[in-house]
Ligand binder design. Sequence first.
Ligand SMILES: NC(=O)C1=CN([C@@H]2O[C@H](COP(=O)(O)OP(=O)(O)OC[C@H]3O[C@@H](n4cnc5c(N)ncnc54)[C@H](O)[C@@H]3O)[C@@H](O)[C@H]2O)C=CC1
Ligand SMILES: O=C(O)CCC(=O)C(=O)O
Length: 525
Amino acid sequence: MPKVLIADSLSPRAVDIFRTRGIEVDVKTGLKPDDIKAIIGGYDGLAVRSATKVTAEIIAAAPGLKVIGRAGIGVDTVDVAAATQAGIVVMNTPFGNSITTAEHAIAMMFALARQIPQADRSTQAGKWEKSKFMGVEVTGKTLGIIGCGNIGAIVADRALGLRMKVVAFDPFLTVERAKALGVEKVELDDLLARADFITLHTPLTNDTRDILNAAAFAKMKPGVRIINCARGGLIVEADLKAALEAGQVAAAALDVFPVEPAKDNILFGLENIVVTPHLGAATTEAQENVALQIAEQMSDFLLDGAVTNAVNVPSVSAEEAPRLTPYIRLAEQLGSLAGQLLTSGVTAVTVEFHGEASALNTRPITAAALTGLLKPALDRVNIVSAPVVAKERNIQIAELTRDTASDYHTLLSLTVETETGPLVLQGTLVGATLPRIVKLGAVPLEAELGQHMLFIRNRDKPGFIGALGGVLGDAGVNIATFHLGRTAPGADAVLLTEVDQPIPAALLDAVRRLPQVVEARALAF
Ligand SMILES: NC(=O)C1=CN([C@@H]2O[C@H](COP(=O)(O)OP(=O)(O)OC[C@H]3O[C@@H](n4cnc5c(N)ncnc54)[C@H](O)[C@@H]3O)[C@@H](O)[C@H]2O)C=CC1
Ligand SMILES: O=C(O)CCC(=O)C(=O)O
């Protein structure tokens, strides 16, 4: 039974889902990194919000971990590169808290426009400072949205409802989409110069880090108001402080900080800021959404291999997972056979999908072929890490799909280019689920792969099969299956035979000494 650790506070309904689906679950919140490292080895899944930082050290301490589920959007608290290298799927819930976060941004905008938190503090302190808290209307004002994805688009919709004009800077926003949203797509400098309110809704990336710095503040309309419900690192806080003190920025509302929990931030104490402790996603509705969604997604993955909303592997739906499973097995066998037969470095891999296979989601199948290929040389490679590992080794990867008929209703063809030439292997499925190797180089055959296999390239001469049977029999090695193929009578032939136990080195040497044998190898699957 798979086992999941919930390390941050998640709706209790997530626990119910895991348990109902037959997954063992422990809830241990508030753990220190060392405590997580000490126990994570015992889990298949780790579910987090933003409090737990899933570092490379935690990942290194988790040899059995298969999936990290982020109940939320930003995966900047997870070392995705380290997880990918370790073959761990990282998934998030990209929509579950978008409305809630957009609403928080709008609430922050009103808090700034009408100084509600400051007026509240003053009034409760017994003062009655009506003239001090003169506000501004938002109607007719320009809202600049930096990052117009899911949350930015909802903010735009709400702002348009408030009769604001909305301009958006987002390099990935198409003009058509902008038009459909009712926003004007602009360049960043244009937005900075025109907006009365600026709200940030991008992920934290190398391009967005420090996007609002001293130079950006200088380009803004004097008296602009800034809202950040995305990530702390998007704003240079020292520059914002200077702009607030100089009055260039009238006020700022911040939900997120470069260092969280933010306890002694340099902006704290300024009159014209409003802050919340990363509450963007904190509504009952959003937390139910993300907790249920992540529990379902992680369960689907751990139980059925379905991959939804993963940030580091292609998606595989629950419906297609069973259809892909036999192809993934076949691809991994083809890759593994190639990996064990190769004698020189791999430079390129092409996977061709013929017939029925051409209609499938090809990327997981290609990843499986790469896994098989790399596994003989590398320990912990799997379909999550194999494409990245191959890329790091400068292996070019290509996929071709051909829906035209061949001798088989469905066929995978794997071409591995090496420094000494190509190796081509082909395989099909028999009875829709059973992998068969149907071509090895130029030689057609029909071979089923078992755990211990003997591969022989031989000259097609009489007496060979008897001689081989004798050598194996004398050593007490039982033959389970026997598959022969040749290009033409008397020409090159190959033999793939399954035996019931591993073949010792001395026996392999004896096989190699048979006069018809050109090459012999013991293979394991
Ligand atoms: N305060 C909170 O509790 C929450 C914060 N967030 C943050 O909000 C961010 C946005 O979330 P979504 O809208 O769901 O993500 P999304 O991926 O749907 O949208 C992000 C948008 O940013 C754009 N973008 C990327 N690089 C950019 C750049 N250099 N300049 C301008 N735009 C750029 C993208 O094209 C995309 O349209 C998340 O990455 C997360 O960090 C999300 C949920 C809750
Ligand atoms: O889980 C939370 O409270 C934070 C949400 C968030 O920042 C996100 O989903 O990116």
